[in-house]
Design a protein around this ligand. Structure first.
Ligand code: ADP
Ligand code: MG
Length: 419
């Protein structure tokens, strides 16, 4: 399936007021509120620059974090934690999730002024949007300050849409959510995608539907339960499936292995057996760890011991793939045409147990294959280990990329105009 949605290149943006949904949900320092990574802002620049250079006036919007839009909602959340709610604390929590610092950073990156509205669809937003000239950019306050946002409220959608004449969706990290600013507005404005959304879907869509073969999919991470959809969808498409990380132990247990204290999801043993049988039936090669780096406890300074994966021992837990397994997995990747990776091979946050994940990243980087990394922790691992520049594509949307790999329709894409 080719990406069949209109993009900003398919419409005339000149002289138009464009409502642009970005993903400015940046990580912040808990104590100071400072932006700790501006990757998401940088990722939005190509579409913003294109619109500004082509005579559009840009009204950008995004959510940031999970604010309680009303004091009542805040009080309810506090009550669940057994805490009393104070109005001033609620107001403070909103201030911490203001997009104002994003406007400052965006302005530095763009090299031009970024106007800021201190509301989403209120008087300030309306007045500033109305006065906005071609080539200027305005950022609205956090869309989740409006309680209708996460409910995909038609009235909020209409008010947002009334600020512009064209809707551009470029928040890939949010397209799996049907909210007012991601889906609702498309009912009231012509809607197309920006470059980021188009690139994500083109690259990942091609890998899933028309991959250069052999197509190897590398799966890992903590839980089988989180990845049921991803495993079954990729099993229908890949030539080889590699399973490492915490989820491998459920597969080993399903075949009668003694996995000791390793992660095991007893309610997924049947699913694991089903997948093993399906792979066999379809002629898909399914690789599991044969050796494991184990430890007596889940901690950074636990002593690593290499053991057989089917016989880990009662007092040990699997923390990373072993050296033999690493070699086998990497050999499969080196010969691949396409590699889609989701889920670290071990507890990469602890350096002693990051070797398998690092070797996998290196093998992918050196493979010459089309290499795609999806999933929040996987992207973080590849970046932390220094291989980010050498991958074909690292998805900017954790949850959205997983839903795409599951083969689900993304509501924030389905609502855009077809080509
Ligand atoms: P993603 O966000 O890329 O989809 P996941 O959230 O599924 O990935 O998994 C990431 C987590 O899996 C990491 O925090 C990592 O420590 C954990 N993990 C990997 N291997 C193991 C293991 N053997 N035991 C426990 N946790 C593991
Ligand atoms: Mg994760």
């Amino acid at each position: 399936m080719n990406y069949n949605k209109k993009t900003v290149l398919d419409v005339d943006v000149h002289g138009k007021k464009v409502l642009l949904r970005c993903d400015f949900n940046v990580p912040q320092d808990k104590a100071t509120g400072a932006i700790t990574s501006d990757k998401r802002i940088v990722a939005a620049l190509p579409t913003i620059r294109y619109l500004l250079e082509n005579g559009a006036a840009v009204i950008a919007c995004s959510h940031l974090g999970k604010p309680s839009a009303t004091f009542e909602a805040y009080a309810k959340k506090q009550a669940e934690k057994g805490k009393e709610a104070k109005r001033e604390d609620w107001e403070k929590s909103l201030k911490q999730l203001s997009l104002a610092p994003v406007a400052v950073r965006l302005s530095e990156l763009l090299g031009q002024e970024v106007l800021f509205a201190n509301d989403v669809v209120g008087e300030d937003a309306q007045a500033k949007a109305k006065a906005l000239q071609p080539g200027q950019i305005l950022l609205l306050e956090n869309t989740r300050f409006e309680k209708g946002e996460t409910k995909n409220d038609p009235e909020l959608s209409r008010q947002l849409a009334a600020l512009g004449e064209l809707f551009v969706s470029d928040a890939f990290g949010s397209v799996h959510r049907a909210h007012a600013s991601t889906v609702g507005v498309a009912a009231y404005l012509p809607a197309v995608s920006g470059f980021l959304v188009a690139k994500e879907l083109e690259v990942m869509g091609k890998a899933l539907d028309d991959p250069r073969r052999p197509f190897v999919s590398v799966l890992g991470g903590a839980k089988v339960g989180d990845k049921i959809g991803v495993i079954s969808n990729l099993l229908d498409r890949a030539d080889t499936i590699i399973i490492g990380g915490g989820m491998a132990y459920t597969f080993l247990a399903a075949q009668g292995g003694n996995i000791g204290k390793s992660l095991c999801e007893n309610d997924r043993l049947d699913f694991a057996r089903e997948m093993l049988a399906k792979a066999k039936e379809k002629g898909v090669q399914l690789l599991l760890p044969t050796d494991t780096v184990a430890a007596a406890e889940f901690s950074a300074d636990a002593a690593p011991v290499v053991v057989e994966s089917m016989n880990i021992g009662d007092d040990l837990m699997g923390m990373d793939i072993g050296p033999k397994t690493t070699q086998t997995f990497c050999d499969a990747v080196v010969g691949a045409g396409t590699v889609v990776w989701n889920g670290p091979m071990g507890v990469f946050e602890f350096p002693a147990f990051a070797k398998g994940t690092e070797a996998m990243a290196k093998a992918m980087a050196e493979s010459g294959a089309v290499t795609i990394v999806g999933g929040g922790d996987s992207a973080a691992a590849v970046e932390q280990l220094g291989f980010a520049d050498q991958m074909t594509h690292i998805s900017t949307g954790g949850g959205a990329s997983l839903e795409f790999l599951e083969g689900k329709e993304l509501p924030g894409v389905a609502c855009l105009q077809d080509r």
